[in-house]
Design a binder for this molecule. Structure first.
Ligand SMILES: CC(C)(COP(=O)(O)OP(=O)(O)OC[C@H]1O[C@@H](n2cnc3c(N)ncnc32)[C@H](O)[C@@H]1OP(=O)(O)O)[C@@H](O)C(=O)NCCC(=O)NCCS
Length: 210
């Protein structure tokens, strides 16, 4: 198993892998492979944190990062980073590969002097890596709310202090679903269907902390 930076030759394989890992998981079908596709050309994309895992000549996992923007209630503006998509091929999940990718890139983010990784994700996947809900650091979304899935990994202890903060993710995440559908036509046809994980996702995205 080799953890290395993504190269141009990997792009198509990473998109295939991402489609495979996310398909029907949160919605029927998925858009995440389109997100990979547009992210690489976006101004917020962070090339030096674009890692893949190669195993027996196949790409079996991928993590991509983008810049996000944190605004303090005293007008301070700080760059933070977010990862996503993060995925491991379904045949290789629950073997520690996702953890290895998070750990590898987290140490690079720390060396870059970035104070925190802030993501939207399922708390089940990330609390074990030290992420806490935004509310614990007074980090809200731009509307001042604390979504259940807004998760913060503090890399500089005490960085958030007593201020209130708002986080703005890269606008690359506001993707055009119609364009994503069009992009998906390039791939082999795959059945879209209901899975109970979609119900959990719908609950998660409508849940807020107070
Ligand atoms: C979420 C995801 C990236 C995690 O990757 P992963 O490689 O399966 O993660 P890990 O193996 O490090 O950890 C997953 C679980 O396996 C367990 N595990 C790790 N190594 C293990 C081993 N050798 N034996 C048994 N269990 C193991 C971990 O403890 C963890 O358990 P938990 O879910 O009970 O906490 C992966 O499941 C995935 O791609 N999912 C689909 C896409 C997705 O949802 N991405 C995240 C968007 S928010």
């Amino acid at each position: 198993m080799n953890i290395r930076l993504e190269t141009k030759n990997d792009y198509a394989r990473v998109e295939e892998l991402t489609r495979e890992a996310f398909w029907n998981l949160y919605t029927p079908g998925c858009d995440e492979h389109y997100l990979c596709h547009i992210l690489r050309g976006h101004k917020d994309f962070i090339k030096e944190l674009d890692y893949v895992v190669e195993h027996n000549g196949n790409i079996i996992a991928s993590i991509m990062y983008s810049y996000s923007y944190l605004f303090g209630d005293d007008q301070e503006k700080v760059h933070t980073v977010s990862f996503g998509p993060l995925c491991v091929h379904p045949d290789h999940q629950r073997k520690g590969i996702g953890t290895a990718l998070i750990e590898k890139t987290r140490s690079i983010v720390k060396k870059m002097g970035i104070p925190a990784i802030i993501i939207y994700g399922d708390p089940h996947n990330y609390c074990k890596h030290g992420f806490k809900n935004g509310i614990d650091y007074q980090v809200s979304n731009m509307d001042g709310e604390y979504p259940l899935g807004l998760l913060v990994l503090e890399l500089q202890p005490g960085f958030f202090g007593n201020k209130k903060w708002k986080i703005k993710q890269s606008d690359v995440f506001n993707l055009d679903h119609e364009k994503a559908l069009e992009f998906d036509n390039r791939f082999e046809e795959k059945e879209k269907k209901y899975k109970y994980s979609q119900e959990l996702f719908k609950m998660n995205i409508r849940a807020f902390l107070r």
